[in-house]
Design a protein around this ligand. Structure first.
Ligand code: ASP
Length: 561
């Protein structure tokens, strides 16, 4: 592409370029030349010139390949809506960078698992069937009257079938579909790094996943974790942090104090008879007056509302102030105030929070005090009382209860037992004693179920599975008390387990969430090319759409009024 152009022709090329709307795609011809560094006055300037480019192009021809319309305004501060996701992606480099990062992470995970650890990547069907695995499913009607597929909430059953099929180690970047409440930054379709290992225990899976996660952090973020990830039982996590996915970076451990409090104080802090009372401290500032200001701000904010409306009692909030009698804790009584001051190692300006809860075993993912711990820390960071926590603190949570009380409007397994599987109904009891407890006290059975948590986010979870057909049947029929009709939905799995299925265990990592955490993004939407809105819609393509009369007819469907 030698340039024989005269300077007036070159001028016209530039005029043409200048006449095009910004964002017009063009083909260019020209001559690539080494960029002459202009004489720089300082070392810093020299560096900057080098960073710009080492080559430049002497343009000889510019041909527009399309138009960019005048009605789309692009300026430096243009903000595009989700309807214009293509322009969001085009204009926000950080979004494109996140997608590139995601692609690199996928490639590292594939290499580590498939080349490093002999996993085989296998695709399982997306047109599956409806089974009461735990989450609400999306159905796909067929043209045969009354027949529907279900999209998989996870490839759980297929991967267990692979274990019975002689595949020793399976992995898949699996699309999963759950028709769930979308408020908590959830997507109706999401990606899991789903894996399963035969002749393996939960311990084997945790070791494998931990190694791969450490490599990922090392390769992409340059962060090493030499020590094994700490482990905490569900029970300990709930009583120490009020959460089954604690952010341990925040400190503020919870302890029980009801045994040392005066009876009239216990009566004052809530309506419960014989409650558990817990306490924690948050060092908001070194000045009691400043902490008082923080408390007023927090209590007046919408963030405080759910805690003030807690039917088990409002939180009791105190500020350590050495100028006051018993440092501001006199309602605790002399002995309790002294002990609390000592055990919490209180200093001026520390916030002390007291909360009652029912005297019952832990269930679910958090306690009100656990939620308040997070809300207070978040508020303190937002209002510059403390710096945002840094780094990545991983944690395995183990020994979950095998069953949890059924929750209204949550599908669970739909059995008559009043409880559902905490994880899914294929999770194995942890020990021989736990197997015995299935008969006598199912609520007390611990599961060989583990979650990987980082900075208060659940990265994923898994379990050792029941591999005996008889035990699986017993759990479904006798313990969960599922109806005969729904039991039939699992006949395929029982048949597969019966055919000498080896012991197996596995896990799935939420890939969208994992990338969001690695990049410090608030929302998984920032790491998904085409995320759904909070109402489950794709606002660009405008899905879902209303079914036409023809479509309804094709699928033999009729809309109810
Ligand atoms: N299928 C499970 C889930 O989606 C993960 C697993 O147990 O491997 O949570």
């Amino acid at each position: 592409m030698a340039s024989n152009k005269t300077s007036s022709e070159e001028g016209s090329v530039f005029e043409k370029l200048g006449g095009l709307n910004i964002e017009t795609p063009v083909a260019i011809e020209g001559k690539i030349k080494t960029r002459k560094a202009k004489a720089s006055s300082s070392k810093a300037e020299e560096g900057a010139v080098q960073q710009v480019a080492e080559v430049e192009i002497e343009l000889t021809k510019v041909s527009p390949l399309n138009h960019f319309p005048k009605d789309i305004m692009i300026t430096q501060d243009s903000v595009f809506s989700a309807e214009q996701r293509h322009l969001q992606l085009r204009m926000e480099k950080s979004l494109r960078d996140a997608l590139a990062f995601r692609s690199k992470a996928a490639s590292i995970l594939r290499t580590e698992l498939c080349e490093g650890k002999d996993f085989v990547e296998i695709e399982t069907p997306l047109l599956f069937k409806s089974t009461p695995e735990g989450a609400r499913e999306f159905l796909v009607p067929t043209r045969t009257p009354g027949l529907a597929y279900a999209l998989p909430q996870s490839p759980q059953q297929y991967k267990q079938i692979l274990m019975a099929s002689g595949i020793p180690r399976y992995v898949q970047f699996a699309k999963c579909f759950r028709d769930e409440d979308l408020r908590a930054d959830r997507q109706p379709e999401f990606t899991q790094v789903d894996l399963e290992m035969s002749f393996a225990t939960g311990e084997d899976v945790m070791t494998t996943v931990e190694a791969v996660v450490k490599t990922l952090w090392q390769k992409l973020l340059g962060i090493s974790h030499e020590e094994p990830f700490p482990r905490l039982s569900y029970e300990d996590a709930m009583s120490t942090y009020g959460s089954d996915k604690p952010d341990v970076r925040l400190g503020s451990k919870i302890s029980r104090v009801e045994y040392m409090l005066p009876v009239d104080l216990i009566r004052k802090i809530g309506p419960l008879h014989d409650p558990i009372v817990e306490v924690l401290k948050i060092p908001i500032s070194a000045d009691a007056k400043e902490t008082r200001g923080f408390v007023t701000k927090f209590m007046d904010s919408p963030a405080a509302k759910p805690f003030n409306e807690n039917p088990e009692g409002q939180p009791g909030i105190f500020i350590c102030d050495p100028r006051k009698p018993l440092s501001g804790l006199s309602v605790f009584g002399f002995e309790a105030a002294e002990t609390i001051e000592e055990t919490l190692d209180l200093e001026e300006g520390d916030l002390v929070v007291l909360q009652a809860r029912k005297n019952a075993p832990h269930a679910g993912g958090s306690t009100p005090l656990g939620n308040l711990r997070l809300a207070l820390h978040k508020f303190a960071v937002q209002h510059n009382y403390m710096p945002a926590p840094q780094g990545f603190e991983f944690l395995w949570i183990t020994d979950f209860p095998l069953f949890s009380p059924s929750v209204a409007n949550e599908p669970g397994q739909g059995g008559a037992a009043g409880f559902s599987s905490t994880h899914h109904p294929f999770t194995a009891p942890k020990t021989a004693e736990d197997v015995d407890l299935l008969l006598t006290d199912p609520a007390a059975v611990k599961a060989e179920h583990y979650d990987l948590v980082v900075n208060g986010v659940e990265l994923g979870g898994g379990s050792r599975r029941i591999h005996s057909a008889a035990m699986q049947q017993f759990v479904l029929r006798e313990v969960l008390k599922m109806s005969e009709e729904r039991l039939k939905d699992f006949d395929h799995l029982i048949e597969v387990l019966r055919a000498g299925c080896p012991p197996h265990a596995g896990m799935a990592l939420g890939f969208d969430r994992l990338i969001a955490v690695m990049l410090g993004k608030e929302s998984v939407r920032d790491v998904i090319a085409f995320p759904k809105s909070g109402r489950g819609e794709d606002l660009l393509v405008k899905s879902p759409t209303r079914m036409t009369e023809d479509q309804l007819k094709t699928y033999h469907l009729k809309l109810r009024e």
